[in-house]
Design a protein around this ligand. Structure first.
Ligand SMILES: NC(=O)c1ccc[n+]([C@@H]2O[C@H](COP(=O)([O-])OP(=O)(O)OC[C@H]3O[C@@H](n4cnc5c(N)ncnc54)[C@H](O)[C@@H]3O)[C@@H](O)[C@H]2O)c1
Length: 670
């Protein structure tokens, strides 16, 4: 397999320059080619601006940014771009004839070992490679926009793709830090473009059948189903012409059922393409849909109607062997920002309910895609309807007890792991599509994880962090908090308080390892920990007032006690973000570590703490916390009593004899 060092990227538009930047950041040499000088210049400018932003946010050092930029060369000359490349990634406009022409030219100019990849959003790899003498070197590498932020690369082998080409594409995507989903078949629209097109189509067909207004459908997808945008806003955002083009392609290959909805095509024909022209399904102003998606509107439409259509289509992909249920769900979560995979969702609500929703939609619209697919009907007939019976698309049967693995995924929103040697238990928040934002499930599971680690005798210190590099926790999941009743919102906050109080009451120190964004509730979660350490790239802030809210996870109470009233007011009333160094100068964090070694350094910090006497740590933590509410005389009395108890412990004997014996103490917590 070719060892990929140099990557040529063809096309410096939205996708091309994004792929070029990511490749350069991950150490590849990049040749970026476009046919248009102005686009090349704009692409390079965008890369430079994005790198500068990463430096300003302390996510990169100046030297790293300069080195990445130095690895990118731009050119209009095709042989110069691809001649020394080990991998050529094509990102030219979505036109089959153009892509075929480009690949024919590339084949003549590239080295014989070079792997070729297409970033087409929907076209079959086999067709894109039809002009190649040797189609075994071509593979689909589907990146998502914006390339730097979206976590997924969907990899599509054509029927002739060689294992070497496939493995090279997988290895490069992994080196770029992406989640890779490799499909088993080359099908129009792959998994993601097919399902997103059906998701949009479902919303549009429901509006055309007058089941609800566009606004109500978008509001329900946002506020009831937890999507960042509804189908109309998303279609406008990506460009209605892009959507119509992809649907036309799918219709020409899969059948007329996939054709774009009439109202969508009419908008394109009238030149109303969405955000980029200022009008699409909605009017757009200053880069935003100029429409009032009031949360109350969400009541007017059942999001299950749209989601069931996606499940119907996903079931076809599953049965056609395009991808496994787990991969379909993963691709939707990571590539399309679905809050849950469609098949996970189907299992949760019940496949029987999905079929019911499909009949409702089919009756209202008569659309062939809404007709329940045989696999779903079979599943209902056989009773494989999901979680309530233990199996559906996924297996939900309780797992047999096995020897305890190191990290167990028993929770949906976080992962618990124990390092026995260091005596550190780690809770890693893991809702990547929401930057680990807090919802009711996360609060409940966090309490559960805290109890689990409290009981675990191997653990003396708990470390709380976020998965990946972007976020510790980006705050409350607003998609789930807007539109709820005041009583329900108050109850959610009480649950949040309860979780923070459990951290304070835990008999073991809790250290927040702030690896990235810690905003709003995320910051407040860190404030409820006993100690905090931060990566250089970490960003803190309480932006609630800028959203019309207030810091309600204990922020108004804990922050002034930690930094003083004046500083607390500055942070909470101005709502501005601040970096790790500033957090250090405010005394909020005990150490700032380099980004590259942060996970290791934070763990080491916790491991050092875990070497101290557990009973002494516990009593000291409790007394310090008590100082927030008790008067000094009572506090000192508690101190005296606790001291009296501690002197009689074995740990004190061990501590004192180790001191005299000039050795490291080994505390037993007795
Ligand atoms: N934009 C997205 O959200 C997105 C997401 C995933 C995949 N894609 C796919 O990526 C590809 C590129 O999309 P985009 O949004 O970056 O398009 P774009 O129009 O922004 O950029 C395409 C660039 O290719 C250049 N070009 C045309 N002919 C060329 C040639 N022969 N050699 C080199 N460059 C050439 C054009 O000048 C243009 O700058 C398309 O296939 C698209 O379907 C797009």
């Amino acid at each position: 397999m070719a060892d990929v060092r140099t990557i040529a990227v063809l096309g410096a538009g939205d996708m091309g320059h994004g792929i070029a930047q990511l490749a350069a950041l991950r150490g590849f040499r990049v040749r970026l080619r476009d046919v248009d000088d102005a686009v090349l210049e704009r692409g390079l400018h965008a890369i430079r601006a994005s790198l500068d932003k990463l430096v300003a946010k302390s996510r990169l050092t100046r030297d790293e940014a300069d080195a990445a930029l130095a690895r990118v060369e731009t050119t209009k000359d095709l042989p110069a771009a691809v001649g020394s490349a080990d991998l050529v990634i094509e990102a030219v406009p979505e036109r089959l004839d153009l892509k075929q022409r480009v690949f024919a030219e590339v084949e003549n100019a590239a080295a014989p070992h070079a792997i070729l990849a297409t970033n087409t959003s929907a076209m079959r790899v086999q067709e894109v490679g039809a002009s190649l003498r040797d189609p075994t070197r071509l593979v689909g590498m589907h990146f998502f926009n914006p390339v730097l932020l979206m976590d997924l690369v969907e990899i599509i082998p054509g029927p002739s793709t060689s294992p070497d080409a496939l493995h090279a594409a997988q290895a490069v995507a992994e080196r770029m830090g992406k989640t890779v989903v490799t499909l088993a078949a080359d099908t129009p629209g792959f998994v993601t473009s097919r399902l997103i097109s059906v998701w949009v189509g479902a919303g549009v067909m429901a509006a055309e059948a007058k089941l609800a207004s566009r606004e109500a459908i978008d509001a329900s997808m946002r506020f009831r189903a937890g999507f960042p945008m509804g189908p109309f806003e998303l279609a406008d955002y990506t460009g209605l012409d892009v959507g119509v083009h992809a649907s036309d392609y799918m219709a020409s290959r899969l059948g007329p059922a996939y054709a774009p909805a009439p109202s969508m095509r009419a908008l394109v024909e009238a030149g109303n393409l969405g955000k980029k022209t200022g009008r699409g399904f909605f009017p757009w102003k200053d880069g935003r849909a100029d429409v009032n998606l009031a949360p109350e509107l969400a009541k007017e439409f059942d999001p299950a109607l749209v989601l069931s259509l996606v499940v119907n289509e996903a079931a076809k992909l599953l049965e056609q062997g395009v991808a496994s249920a787990a991969d379909i769900d993963l691709a939707c979560r990571r590539g399309l920002a679905f809050p849950k995979g469609p098949l996970e969702w189907a299992d949760e609500v019940g496949v029987d309910q999905v079929v019911k929703s499909l009949y409702t939609l089919f009756e209202a619209t008569g659309h062939p895609l809404a007709e329940p697919y045989e696999l779903l009907l079979e599943m209902v007939e056989e009773g494989r309807v999901g979680k309530k019976v233990g199996h559906g698309f996924h297996d939900h049967a309780p797992r047999a007890a096995t020897s305890a693995p190191k990290a167990r995924r028993e929770h949906e929103t976080l992962v618990v792991s124990v390092d026995e040697k260091a005596r550190v238990g780690t809770i890693t928040l893991d809702r990547p599509h929401r930057l680990h934002a807090i919802n009711a499930d996360l609060l409940r599971e966090l309490r559960d994880a805290l109890h689990q680690l409290e009981r675990d005798e191997r653990v003396r210190v708990v470390l709380l962090t976020g998965a990946g590099e972007k976020a510790f926790c980006a705050g409350a999941d607003l998609s789930e908090t807007t539109g709820v009743t005041p009583a329900a919102a108050t109850e959610t906050i009480r649950q949040a308080h309860k979780t923070c109080v459990e951290m304070e009451k835990l008999g073991k120190p809790v250290v927040a390892a702030v690896n990235g964004l810690a905003l709003g509730g995320g910051f407040e979660l860190a404030l409820a920990c006993d100690l905090r350490v931060a990566a250089k790239r970490a960003t803190f802030g309480l932006p609630e007032v800028t959203l019309g809210l207030l810091p309600a996870m204990g922020g108004t109470q804990r922050l002034p006690k930690l930094v003083g009233l004046a500083r607390a007011k500055e942070i909470a009333l101005l709502g501005q973000r601040f970096d790790a160094e500033r957090a250090m100068s405010l005394g909020l964090v005990s150490a700032v570590y380099p980004n590259e070694s942060f996970a290791r350094d934070a763990h080491e910090f916790a491991a050092q703490l875990a070497q101290h006497a557990p009973l002494a740590l516990r009593a000291t933590k409790q007394l310090l916390n008590a100082s927030m509410t008790t008067d000094i005389a009572t506090g000192m009395e508690l101190e005296a009593m606790a001291f009296g108890v501690l002197v009689s412990t074995e740990d004190v004997l061990e501590g004192v004899s180790a001191l005299f014996g000039k050795r490291k103490p080994e505390f037993q917590g007795k």
